[in-house]
Design a protein around this ligand. Structure first.
Ligand code: FE2
Length: 114
């Protein structure tokens, strides 16, 4: 009810080259991040996990994914389990940032994102 969102940055980039690392900063300041684009041809390796939530199991799952070589992360719904608690989207973003900032994520909504 009294939630106030942090600043959200949005930018359109491209065209991007396949299998290439790009470096960026959010808002032109702060830490530098990088991400890698997927290859233009098969094989493309996917990491797929749904129902992530925000528990110790979530951290363990993300740690396992982080140790894998993959090109794209698929997240088929039920991301943060925030439901109507908006502040839980912030903590979810902080939890997944190390992976979400490094590879493309393809996300679908689940029943908890309604
Ligand atoms: Fe679920």
């Amino acid at each position: 009810m009294f939630y106030s969102s942090s600043e959200i940055h949005h930018v359109v980039i491209g065209p991007l080259e396949p299998s290439t690392y790009y470096y960026y900063q959010c808002g032109g300041e702060g830490p530098e991040f990088s991400f890698k684009t997927p290859p233009s041809q098969l094989p493309i390796t996917f990491a797929a996990v749904g129902d992530l939530g925000q528990t110790g199991w979530t951290s363990s799952t993300l740690d396992h994914i982080d140790k894998c070589e993959y090109d794209v992360h698929l997240l088929p719904g039920d991301l943060s389990y925030a439901d109507d608690r908006q502040h839980l989207w912030d903590s979810f973003g902080e939890l997944v940032q190390p992976l979400a900032r490094a590879r493309p994520w393809m996300v679908n909504e689940g029943n908890h994102e309604k």
